[in-house]
Design a protein around this ligand. Structure first.
Ligand SMILES: Cc1cc2nc3c(=O)[nH]c(=O)nc-3n(C[C@H](O)[C@H](O)[C@H](O)COP(=O)(O)OP(=O)(O)OC[C@H]3O[C@@H](n4cnc5c(N)ncnc54)[C@H](O)[C@@H]3O)c2cc1C
Length: 385
């Protein structure tokens, strides 16, 4: 008797056609500016509109609000191809916009919130940020202190947020605030327009990598917003944040695998051109074996990530698989980036090289959106440990 067939090809011809559009866009409109945008410390604001026009900001969002209503594998193909921009900044900014700050709004927002914030964000006319982390509350989300108190029909918000991607340019924030008791039971989400009095961008943070992405410290001094900007139920924010993290962690894993693959592809090419001791460096057994290990482990990480994507795409519980995928893929990308830089010798260490930029930018992945240690906490707890 034949064993049951395992045929799992996630990408249809339509997904692959969409992939080619994103690849072409990333290579022609983004990659040529990779170095310039890093040096300036930002990419142009107009890029949000351009991504909106291309339909990239609303891939899996409801068509009623200007999204494309496509399945999750289109998002996977999109995130995989964005790494070809050779600069982590635009990818971070756009994935925050389309995949992190707005899906919660799509799921929980009222029609009024969707009309005012979601629809213009999907068109790239308004910039969105996800504001959860605070100076004393990163991994420990339940420790946030930015407070919101009710005053008639308003919410009055005071506190501070830090490390907020898109933060200095955001037109609105999907923000976590404390509305109740200490701990996870007293957190709510709000949609916060940044043009209200009392809001201030304290500063833009200078970082090791992702130099063109905008990462800011934000300050709120008795900011008054209408209570109808509350997202979902009051004091249920922690659960909403944890649900939202799943998509964020999955795109981090996808980006890690794709970024590492791009580096390996480049190394294989470089290994044929660059000679030492009269031989192409790619023919040295030390390196051939090292890349054989990396390619094998990357293939394993890719299929673990696709397994998590498949569960997520089918709305199945995937906390364990997504945490495993983020852990494995983001940590492995560090090892691969390190070795690919080593393989490029001095050329790998100069600021202008794509390899050096990828090494700097990929370093963020085991930190943001839940560190590798937090992923290990989730995986070990899911095994009852
Ligand atoms: C460039 C950048 C962009 C970001 N963008 C955003 C954004 O858009 N929105 C947003 O809200 N946040 C954002 N963040 C914040 C990010 O999510 C946090 O930095 C991250 O969750 C880690 O929190 P932390 O920095 O407070 O580290 P900490 O929580 O202080 O952790 C420090 C160390 O302790 C370890 N640790 C903590 N708890 C445990 C534990 N229980 N067991 C073992 N080890 C533990 C951590 O793994 C880490 O190694 C961004 C961060 C960066 C650097």
């Amino acid at each position: 008797m034949n064993p049951p067939a395992i045929a799992f090809e996630p990408f249809t011809d339509e997904h692959q056609a969409f992939r080619r559009v994103v690849r072409d866009f990333a290579e022609k409109e983004l990659a040529p500016h990779a170095r310039e945008w890093d040096e300036k410390g930002e990419f142009p604001r107009e890029l949000f509109r351009r991504f909106g026009e291309m339909g990239f900001l609303g891939i899996r969002h409801d068509t009623a609000w200007g999204g494309s209503g496509l399945d999750y594998w289109y998002v996977v193909a999109y995130a995989e191809e964005l790494v070809r921009s050779r600069n982590g900044g635009p990818g971070t900014g756009m994935l925050v916009q389309g995949e992190m700050a707005t899906p919660i709004l799509g799921d929980l927002g009222t029609d009024e919130q969707k009309r005012e914030f979601l629809a213009p964000a999907l068109r790239g006319e308004k910039i969105a940020a996800l504001a959860i982390s605070e100076a004393d509350a990163g991994s420990d989300v339940a420790a946030i202190r930015t407070r919101s108190r009710r005053d008639g029909d308003d919410l009055v918000i005071s506190g501070s947020k830090t490390w907020i991607s898109n933060g200095s340019r955001a037109d609105f924030l999907t923000m976590a605030v404390r509305t109740g008791e200490d701990g996870y039971g007293g957190i709510s989400l709000v949609t916060f327009p940044t043009d209200v009095p009392g809001f201030q961008v304290s500063r833009k943070l200078e970082k090791v990598g992702n130099l063109s992405s905008d990462t800011a410290v934000l300050y709120f001094d008795d900011c008054r917003i209408p209570a109808r900007y509350l997202l979902g139920e009051e004091n249920q924010g922690f659960g909403y944040i944890m649900t939202g993290f799943q998509g964020e962690r999955l795109v981090a894993a996808v980006t890690a695998v794709a970024g590492a693959q791009l580096l390996i592809d480049e190394a294989l090419r470089y290994g044929q051109e660059r000679k030492a001791f009269g031989r192409p460096i790619g023919t040295f057994q030390a390196w051939r074996h090292r890349f054989a290990e990396h390619m094998s482990r990357l293939e394993a990480a890719r299929w673990l990530t696709y397994r998590a994507c498949d569960l997520f795409a089918r709305d199945q519980v995937a906390l364990r698989e997504i945490s495993m995928a983020k852990l494995v893929a983001c940590d492995l990308a560090q090892e691969i980036a390190y070795d690919v830089m080593q393989f490029h010798g001095g050329m790998g260490y100069v600021m202008e090289s794509d390899v050096a930029r990828a090494w700097r930018d990929l370093r963020l992945l085991p930190i943001a959106g839940g560190t590798s240690e937090i992923m290990k906490e989730i995986v070990s707890r899911s095994a009852g440990m």
